[in-house]
Structures are given as structure tokens and as C-alpha cells.
Design a protein around this ligand. Structure first.
Ligand code: 13P
Length: 250
């Protein structure tokens, strides 16, 4: 039985003061939510505020990215996984489609960042997903297979055991267009079959595959009712404490 992972990706939103205010409202709403692991990934400058606010609670804090190298050095504007870990993070999102689209992320750098996260003791949440034109031209599985092959399948079985996968169809992110539960479950089933081929049945049964893309309080139940969907990676709707709590408590 896979424990759901309900994760919030705050992207480039909120100040430290707004972060503290969020946690003050959010924590009581999820204090009894032991059915799921809960993760919030704020912008770097808010990690200290989030970790301080979440101390002693059931909410973990993660990064949204990290540098490909796991060693400190002269890389202006970058941070290492070890820094995230030392700041109190337990996880990091890797390979988000916005990083692929706007910041030149490739499957090769996704793999490097995944390895850097693992090296630092962070659990990577590795994102994959097809763009609209790829879905419309019937290439969804081909795209997922390539992202899996080049970005995930090069991990050792032991390394693979630490990751979660997030299926985020790019056309559903921030657009209000959610994949239907059936569409998402099809993609998750396909991804799990790739895991089975690469790492075997036990790994396939154990890995958590989250869905992301316009998850809201009013569509989360239908998605989470799919046995293939093991959690959510939530953008916009994770910024409001009441909204994200109702998603966590689907
Ligand atoms: P939205 O929930 O705003 O569509 O964003 C999804 C996402 O990109 C989470 O990583």
C-alpha cells in the first residue's frame, strides 16, 4: 500500500512573512492528516521560515530545484542539495516542466540534479509530462518513455527506491485544464510499466507516482480515487492554506 504524498509547489510566490502566515493557518487543518505525507516546496528565501514554522509538525519542506553539482563552488545564483538539507529540507522537486521550458533543463540535467539530490540525502520528486502538441499528435507515451529512459532509468535500483515520480502534463499546468482521472491513470499505468521493465515488479509496486496539473479541492477526490494515482503535486491551489488543506484531506 503506497502512502499518498501531497506536495505543494509554490513556484515564485510568497515572502517569508506570508510563508509564516500560511503555516499558522495550515498546520491545524492538517494536524490529524496521517493518511498522507505532506510536503511544501517554497522559494529558497522562504525555506528558513517554512522549516521554523513546520518544526515538530507532520509537514515537510522541500526545494524546487538544486544545482547539478553536489559540491559548493563559484556558481553565482545557485545552491547545492547539501545546502537545502542543512536548511531543513527533506526533498526536492527536479525537472519541473517550467525548468525544462524556461531554464534549459534537459533529461541529462534532470538526471544530474536527481543524483545530486540523492547524494545530499534529499528525496527527489522527478517530474515528467508531455506538451499539448505531443499529446495531440499521439506521442504521449513516446515522450514519457524518452523522459524516463534518459532522466530516471539510469539510476541504480537503490537510488530509484528513494524517488517519487510526478506526472505533470504540461498542458494542464496553470491552465485550469485537468487531465481526467482516466487520462491521468492511463499515463501513470504506463509510467509504472516502464518502472517494472527497468526495475522489476517490487519497485513498480512501491514507487509513488503523483499527478500534477490544475489539481483543486473540487477535482482531487476523483483523481485520488484512481489506485494508480499516489498523490498530487499542486501549484496554484497550494498557495492558500484552506484550499491546500482540503486537497491534502481529499
Ligand atoms: P498548477 O496546480 O497551478 O496547475 O501547477 C501544477 C504544477 O506545476 C505543480 O508542480
Amino acid at each position: 500500500m503506497r502512502k499518498p504524498l501531497m506536495a505543494g509547489n509554490w513556484k515564485m510566490y510568497k515572502t517569508p512573512a506570508e510563508t509564516a502566515a500560511f503555516f499558522e493557518k495550515f498546520l491545524p487543518l492538517v494536524a490529524a492528516s496521517n493518511h498522507a505525507d505532506i510536503l511544501i516546496c517554497p522559494p529558497y528565501v522562504n525555506i528558513a521560515a517554512a522549516v521554523a514554522a513546520a518544526r515538530g509538525s507532520n509537514v515537510e519542506v522541500g526545494g524546487q530545484n538544486l544545482h547539478t553539482a553536489n559540491k559548493e563552488g563559484a556558481y553565482t545564483g545557485e545552491i547545492t542539495g547539501a545546502m537545502l538539507r542543512a536548511a531543513g529540507c527533506s526533498a526536492a522537486i527536479v525537472g519541473h516542466s517550467e525548468r525544462r521550458q524556461y531554464f534549459g533543463e534537459t533529461c541529462a540535467t534532470v538526471l544530474q540534479r536527481t543524483l545530486a539530490a540523492l547524494d545530499a540525502g534529499l528525496r527527489p520528486v522527478v517530474c515528467v509530462g508531455e506538451r499539448l502538441e505531443e499529446r495531440e499528435s499521439g506521442r504521449t507515451e513516446e515522450v514519457l518513455a524518452a523522459q524516463f529512459r534518459d532522466g530516471i532509468a539510469k539510476l541504480t535500483p537503490e537510488q530509484f527506491g528513494w524517488i517519487a515520480i510526478a506526472y505533470e502534463p504540461v498542458w494542464a499546468i496553470g491552465t485550469g485544464k485537468t487531465a481526467t482521472p482516466d487520462m491521468a491513470a492511463d499515463a501513470h499505468r504506463y509510467l509504472r510499466s516502464l518502472v517494472r521493465q527497468a526495475y522489476g515488479a517490487e519497485a513498480a509496486a512501491g514507487v509513488r507516482i503523483l499527478y500534477g496539473g490544475s489539481v483543486k479541492p473540487d477535482n482531487v477526490r476523483g483523481l485520488m480515487a484512481q489506485p494508480e494515482i499516489d498523490g498530487a503535486l499542486v501549484g496554484g491551489a497550494s498557495l492558500d492554506p484552506v484550499s491546500f488543506a482540503s486537497i491534502v484531506n481529499f
